[in-house]
Design a protein around this ligand. Structure first.
Ligand code: SAM
Length: 209
């Protein structure tokens, strides 16, 4: 199985594809924050890892206290690293929860969210689970929520299918960044459908590696 703590090491190299992907995700989080004037916003990060995306943005934002965030992550080392980063940044409204994010019960109390981060999820689960997870997003999203997601385009490229699944679930694509010289892609989709109540039982996904 993957060592998910070691997986984060390429973030130390600013030129690595993972760091480039991170920069794109952060740019979309900044855009989302700039577009949302509300005094309180809810963010959910699914399989948050060490939280570099959201934390990296909030430490630069004077309006960080508008954000109530929950980071769901199962690896204890990554949870510890994210908690330490949250603490040192003084972000009081951010909690890191060690749970199985594949279990819908893990979302009780953290949704509906105005921003859902799904970075590094779809490439690690089956197509059937990715489809099921996208179809469940109306239960995690508030009206008008934005989902930022990533997926490698390594052959066979599944991103056309994923983008279709988002569209079929009531999302409108705001951006799809797919640089020519890298395999990663970052999608940004806005939920234009009607939010659904969270049914707090059932499985969304299981990591394959
Ligand atoms: C590819 S990494 C992405 C981390 C982070 N989102 C990022 O982009 O930097 C996937 C993360 O999902 C976590 N993970 C794997 N299975 C999980 C599960 N069932 N529930 C919660 N987190 C899980 C791993 O520990 C790992 O930190």
């Amino acid at each position: 199985m993957t060592n998910w703590q070691a997986w984060h090491e390429p973030y130390q190299d600013a030129d690595s594809p993972l760091s480039r992907r991170l920069a794109v995700v952060r740019r979309h989080i900044v855009t989302w924050l700039d577009e949302r004037p509300e005094p309180t916003l809810t963010v959910l990060s699914v399989c948050a890892g060490q939280g570099h995306d959201l934390l990296g943005v909030l430490v630069t934002r004077p309006d960080a206290r508008r954000v109530r965030a929950t980071l769901l992550e199962s690896d204890p080392h990554n949870v510890e690293a994210a908690e330490a980063a949250v603490e040192s940044a003084g972000l009081q409204h951010m909690s890191v929860v060690r749970v199985d994010a594949g279990d819908l019960a893990s979302y009780v109390g953290s949704v509906p969210a105005d921003l859902v981060l799904m970075a590094g999820v779809f490439g690690n689960i089956s197509d059937a689970d990715a489809h099921r997870t996208i179809r469940a997003l109306p239960r995690l999203c508030a009206a008008g929520a934005t989902v930022v997601w990533t997926r490698s385009r390594r052959a066979p490229d599944r991103t056309p299918t994923i983008r279709r699944w988002f569209e079929a679930t009531g999302f409108v694509e705001r951006a799809f960044d797919a640089p020519d010289d890298a395999l990663f892609s970052v999608g940004v989709s806005r939920f234009e459908g009607v939010p659904e109540p969270l049914t707090a039982h059932g499985r969304l996904f299981t990591f394959l590696r």
